[in-house]
Ligand binder design. Sequence first.
Ligand SMILES: C[S@@+](CC[C@H](N)C(=O)[O-])C[C@H]1O[C@@H](n2cnc3c(N)ncnc32)[C@H](O)[C@@H]1O
Length: 412
Amino acid sequence: MDMRLATKRAQEASAGARLLDVLARFTFNGAPTVCLREGDLDYFVNEFWTAGQRQAHSLHEVSYRACFKPQLPEFFISRLTGPGASVYDPFSGRGTTALQAALMGRRPLANDVNPLSGLILRPRLAPPEVESVRERLQAIALNGAEIEAEHEPLLAFYHRETLHHILALRSYLLGQEASGATDRIDEWIRMVAINRLTGHSSGFLSVYTLPPNQAVSPGAQRRINAARCQTPPFRDLRAIILKKTRALLADGGPPAHPGPLVVTGPAHRTPAVPDCAVDLLVTSPPFLDIVDYASDNWLRCWFAGIDANSVRIDRHREIRAWEGFVRLSFLEFARVMRPGGIVAFEVGEVRGGRVLLERHVASAIEGLPFRTLGVMLNRQEFTKTANCWGVTNNRGGTNSNRIVIAERSPCA
Ligand SMILES: C[S@@+](CC[C@H](N)C(=O)[O-])C[C@H]1O[C@@H](n2cnc3c(N)ncnc32)[C@H](O)[C@@H]1O
């Protein structure tokens, strides 16, 4: 083999070895990583990142169902990539991986089957100034929108005047979109509005309801209102959007980073992502049928003009079908990953720890050009003595991430 190629391959192959070394040597408050083998999988157990760690960048502070903490992608990005490297999340959600990549000067690549994901991520990769948001909010006329019969159910969430304002903002944004006039200030306002639609405090546009990443139906909201003897109070839409804008921008914007790629589609078919383009992939797919993203996001989709019924979100009750979905996704990852690149595939805990999704990932990707390096178990409140690392005994409600680590094999 040509010497240059041999050296290049050695370098490429080293990411997995480096990561295993990092995991094995890692200590948290003096506690070393527990390394175990169960079946044919190696487990690395420790508190690799914690809730108590340095606060994440303010731009991450948007809610999304089943999102992971920025510390998770940060762990891999900082250890496995250098500035300019390409970091991809094919199930991007609110875009935690891509935003963290941008914040660290890497190239963010993101995909999600729901177009809502891109609307939430893109504006935070290149945020506008607070002052231009304030001016734009003033310039948008918020009066004059009619509450049509189809909007009446929304009065379960909103004061009539607030709903007028929401409808006016929505029709302004959809009008801008239709005429191709949307700019990054509009995109920012839409992103913040999407995130303020419902929630449990006066920082949201709605009356008290479930957390902002889980919109209930109008009927369910009427029941919540009756139980709590509440009616929706007036909320000042401009003030709420401006306040959240200030909070999101408290730490400033991302530094200069290579241009992002944000696409919409199923993770197994991403033609916009070039071959061998990805150095590191950090992601978290839907876990079986645990979360109903479509119903959680119905109000956000409505506001953004997305037909939620047309979005094919993967939900699988049957483990075999889920494995098929994982395998298909990894087939596409094999195309977009560079040889030696690392996939960190977070599967969390499901069904009270009775179904170990990491095992199913490992068997789903058998025969594909990936080498499974092991499973990281990030456990908070981890104790060495608890039997032990909880792979078979993890029903106690501790907060753990299970991350399958796989290395893209060198090309034959
Ligand atoms: C667990 S969430 C990801 C959350 C993300 N890690 C974050 O921090 O926000 C899973 C995401 O997968 C998306 N999704 C579901 N089926 C998909 C598919 N076939 N292809 C791409 N994305 C899909 C959902 O819309 C959802 O946003």
